[in-house]
Design a protein around this ligand. Structure first.
Ligand code: K1U
Ligand code: ZN
Length: 169
């Protein structure tokens, strides 16, 4: 079992833009396995490669209660997003303890490759739609707190830095 360190906001590496995955090999499968282990251990429902300092367009997701519906999402592109929008409460493993509402399209259809490089389309609503959009933002260097007001974001930044300083003592 390998748990990868998760970058914590406001680490500048969370704002790097990920590059496409081009090699579907054993090293990629190992990275996918380690990301699932890290996500399940942290009690998350999604994890973007950016969060573990691997800057390629790779996401792992499992929104099932039984942890039995793992989804590998590589090189994702949105092909359709609903005009209807929903505000959902979001959290992030890179911003522990912070939750706030973010407005996003209620439904999305994406195309993405799986771990073998096979393209397929995924239609999502509810938590899966929120999670896909949140993780795709990570690949573009965007964290959900970037949708909040400057005042809220600065407060969160200060709180995170204080927590990090205290944990280093
Ligand atoms: O850090 C991440 O990117 C993972 C993140 C994904 C996410 C979930 C829900 C809304 C937005 C983004 C999480 O897994 S947050 C963890 C969490 O506590 C959770 C949230 C909803 C359902 C179950 C767990
Ligand atoms: Zn996140």
């Amino acid at each position: 079992m390998a748990l990868l360190p998760i970058l914590c906001y406001p680490d500048a590496r969370l704002h790097k833009v990920a590059k496409p995955v081009t090699q579907f090999d054993a090293a990629l499968q190992t990275q996918i396995d380690h990301m699932f282990e890290t996500m399940y251990d942290a009690k998350g429902v999604g994890l973007a490669a950016t969060q573990v300092d691997f800057h390629h367009r790779l996401i792992v997701i499992d929104v099932s209660e039984e942890h039995d519906q793992p989804l590998v999402v590589i090189n994702p592109e949105v092909v359709w997003a609903s005009e209807e929008k929903t505000v959902a409460e979001e959290g992030c493993l890179s911003v522990p303890g912070i939750y706030d509402g973010v407005e996003r399209p209620s439904q999305v259809r994406i195309k993405a490759q799986d771990g073998q490089g096979q393209w397929r389309e995924i239609e999502a609503e509810g938590l899966l739609a929120v999670c896909i959009q949140h993780e795709m933002d990570h690949l573009m260097g965007k964290v959900f707190v970037d949708y909040l007001s400057t005042l809220k974001r600065n407060r969160i930044k200060t709180k995170m830095l204080k927590l990090q300083r205290e944990s280093e003592k």
